[in-house]
Each structure stands twice: as C-alpha cells, then as structure tokens.
Design a protein around this ligand. Structure first.
Ligand SMILES: Cc1cc2nc3c(=O)[nH]c(=O)nc-3n(C[C@H](O)[C@H](O)[C@H](O)COP(=O)(O)O)c2cc1C
Length: 254
C-alpha cells in the first residue's frame, strides 16, 4: 500500500514505480476513518522547505498504520536540507514506527527559484536512483538517508529567514491574472479545494493552500502567477510520464 501527494506529478511517478495504483492522500483524507493494514505501507511526497506538505503531516498525525514495514520516499529538486531526518522526527511525534526514509532528486518545480525549461532538460538520474530505492524496498532495508551538518545548517538558516516573514506567507503566494478564461483546470488540480471559478474567473482562497503550485503549473493560459518574482513566468512543469487527468484524479476536490 503506497500513499502519495503530488502537485506536478513527480511524486506520483515515483509512487507508481512502487505500486501500480497508489492511493492519493488528498482523496483518502476525505474519509472519517483512517486505519490501514498491509504487509508494507509507504508514503511518497514532495519536499517543501525541507519538510513534507502540511496535508501529509496531517495524514501522518490522523492515520493509524498496521504494518511490518513503513517507509517514506521524498522527492526534491535541489536541496533536501535534511528532509529524511525531519521526516523521521515527524514520524516519531506521530507514533509511526518508520523503517526506511530516502530522498530522490527530480525536476524542481519551485517557480521562484528555477526555470522549468532548464529543469525539464536536466538529467537528474531519476531512473538509476529509483532502481536503487526499489532494490532497498524489495529487501525491506532498514535505513534513514544520511543528513550532514551542512543540511542541518541550511534548514536552520531557512527557518531563521521564515521567522522574519508573516506566518501564512506561503499560502499567499498565488495570484490570478486577467489572462484567466475561467476554464476551471486550476479548481480540479487543487488538492485542498482552494481554487474556485466564480463568474468565469478563478479565485484562490489562501486558507488551507498547500503551496503545491499545481494550479499555477497546470493553467493552460499561465494565468496563475506568483506574488513574488518567478525565474521564467512563461515556463511551467508537469512530470513527463504523468497526464493532466492523473493530476486531476489525484487532487480534485470538487
Ligand atoms: C512550496 C515548495 C517548496 C519546495 N521546497 C523545496 C526544498 O526545500 N528543497 C528542494 O530541493 N525542493 C523543493 N521544492 C521542489 C519540490 O520538492 C520538487 O520539485 C518535487 O519533486 C515536486 O513534487 P511533485 O511534482 O510531486 O509535486 C519545493 C517545491 C514547492 C512547490
């Protein structure tokens, strides 16, 4: 049993490598009762500010898992900042006995930091790295990915920068421009039900926004922009192996 969260398809692609039909966290979170039993249970999720998305944290807090082998695979784009150690701490806090946590570098979908056209053309050795992870999982390896002092310092510095900003700054990152034609794709790809089309125009409601950027990346008009500068506002990203329909099925809350 594999659970996943995705904004632009990287984590879904990895989850599908492990199991043919993985379970979407945004969809399963609509259930009252979150208790699961399986031989092995895994979570695949992106790294946001070196940690897992808020909804994944909530899932870990609420769910009860009965398994011999629990693992997490975290997809990131540039610097994981000790994500495995932070995820281990989270599991400990949630009372989840975790056997294996690994990280895998993929295209970085963080628009303020990267040009998606460049990210798409970079070879980050995803297939080789994932093959090694699959071997680990098949062997039920017990292991947490190595974290260095440089990673820990990067995370401390990140937290120090964030402490200077308003607490909900991440949720206010998105804005809808006049290029919006009200097609509603943004509404369908949002895992938290934060985008609605009102009178033929998308409206973003910051509360509960996961900042996954699914809406911005999926908008055919590139009408959803960020409130901070983007490296290339004309370039958007979706994992090449994942269709728009799959993102919609993973995330749609309407
Ligand atoms: C809000 C946000 C924060 C991110 N923070 C990090 C980060 O701290 N380190 C990193 O290497 N990548 C970061 N990324 C990039 C994603 O982790 C990466 O592209 C991931 O594979 C996306 O997965 P998805 O396609 O399943 O949504 C961030 C992306 C977003 C949208």
């Amino acid at each position: 049993m594999v659970f996943y969260f995705t904004g632009t398809g990287n984590s879904l692609y990895i989850a599908k490598k492990i199991e043919e039909i993985p379970v979407s966290i945004p969809q399963i979170m609509r259930q009252e009762h979150l208790e699961f039993a399986a031989d092995s249970i895994g979570i695949v999720a992106p790294v946001y500010g070196h940690e897992v998305p808020t909804m994944v944290k909530d899932f870990l807090k609420k769910a009860v898992f009965h398994t011999e082998y629990f693992y997490m695979i975290l997809t990131y784009g540039n610097r994981h900042g000790g994500a495995a150690e932070l995820a281990k701490k989270l599991c400990d806090e949630c009372g989840v006995a975790v056997n294996y946590i690994n990280v895998i570098v993929m295209a970085d979908n963080w628009l303020p930091g990267f040009d998606m056209n460049e990210q798409r053309s970079m070879d980050k050795k995803v297939e080789e790295n994932m093959a090694a992870i699959l071997t680990d999982l098949a062997a039920r390896k017990n292991w947490i990915a190595e974290v260095t002092d440089t990673d820990r310092t990067a995370h401390r510095e990140f937290l120090a920068r964030m402490s200077q900003m308003p607490p909900n700054v991440w949720q206010h990152l998105l804005r809808v421009t006049d290029a919006c034609v009200g097609c509603g794709i943004c509404e369908k790809v949002c895992p938290a039900g934060c985008v609605h089309v009102v009178e033929k125009r998308a409206v973003h409601i910051p509360e509960n926004c996961q900042t996954c950027l699914a809406c911005a990346h999926a908008c055919p008009q590139k009408a959803i922009r960020l409130t901070i500068p983007e490296v290339n506002p004309d370039a958007r990203y979706r994992n090449e192996h994942i269709s728009l329909q799959e993102i919609i099925e993973a995330n749609c809350q309407v």
